[in-house]
Ligand binder design. Sequence first.
Ligand code: GLP
Length: 252
Amino acid sequence: MKLIAAKDYDQMSQIAARYFAAQVLLKPTSVFGFATGSTPIGLYKELIRKNAEGKITFKYAHTVNLDEYYGMPRDHEQSYYSFMHANLFDHIDIDPANTRLPNGMAEDADAECRAYDEHIASLGGVDMQLLGIGHDGHIGFNEPSDHFSLGTNCVTLTEMTIEANKRFFASANDVPRKALTMGMREIMQAKKIVMVVNGKDKAQILYDSFCGPITPAVPASILQLHPDVTLVADEAALSVMKEHCKCCKCCK
Ligand code: GLP
């Protein structure tokens, strides 16, 4: 894992955005794996700015998203479909036909998951995958478990995730209980992974993920096995790693 320490959220977003800008410059037909959550919003703003300035184009790029709430219509303001359009797709020159998220309204969730994996495979896999991290170590919506999931699957969200995501809804009761998420196989098969993390509230799980044992109880810990992960994190998120990591010198 390559670690880049940023002083704050804005610097984290600028640095991480450079990776995505470089990727699309070097390979205009790149397949990007995109993520939702509050953390990537600054990075998306940077990509929008670079695109508006004519420095990069997404005309030939494809995107797949990590996840979508299950049972939520696309036009719901909290759907990840709406999120991606509001925070990125509607403001860059990407062809909307080249963007895809799991269909949260699919009647047959298993069939939708299989179709999603086939779509990713038909694109040749993901060139660069963006990840955030949940407080319980989830990536996408792959929650702590006794095994690592393979393909895209339908998951039940943990109470911790529902608690964390209720800020976007009127109450915790309104947070969907299920989601469709890319599995660990597609995430781990991405050629490059860039993870963005900020804030002290993520410091312990970041330490557990990158300095602790590899276990499905901490889903992000599997990233220790990926050959090309770049972690861009701010000082607050790195505070526990900096103090306690004994496994390597990368965060010192
Ligand atoms: C959701 C998303 C994840 C994201 C996580 C953290 O659960 N499914 O992809 O990483 O939230 O979100 P935030 O960046 O708002 O902390």
